[in-house]
Every structure is written in structure tokens, then in C-alpha cells.
Design a protein around this ligand. Sequence first.
Ligand SMILES: [Cu+2]
Length: 68
Amino acid sequence: MTSKIINVEGMSCDHCKMAVTKAVSALEGVSTVEVSLENKTVSVDFEEDHLPFDAIKQAIEGQGYDVV
Ligand SMILES: [Cu+2]
């Protein structure tokens, strides 16, 4: 299990939080997603063997937010 804290720009409200949480947790290999609007971060626990980090990044960017 790999844990990463990703800095994400553009998340401002509960809708953003929901959208990102939903998109990332839909990926196979992700076990936990936690969005902090205060810290502008997304904490993800995932199986790096099955899921490349880039896929997580793309899922976040696909919702219209910027991975820093
Ligand atoms: Cu929002």
C-alpha cells in the first residue's frame, strides 16, 4: 500500500470535494481518499502495483482541478 498526499489547486467547496473523492475512489486499486479543502490536498492510499500514480493525477485533472 502506498500513501500519497497530492497538492491540488482549485478545490473550493464541498462540491469539489465530492467530485474529486468520487473520481479518485472509482479507480481500481484505491482504498482511501481524503480531501482537505483547507490544506488543498488529496490524500490517497492505493496499490501502486495496480494503479500508476498518473492515473490518479488524470482523474483529478479530469474533474477540472490542477495537480501541483
Ligand atoms: Cu466547488
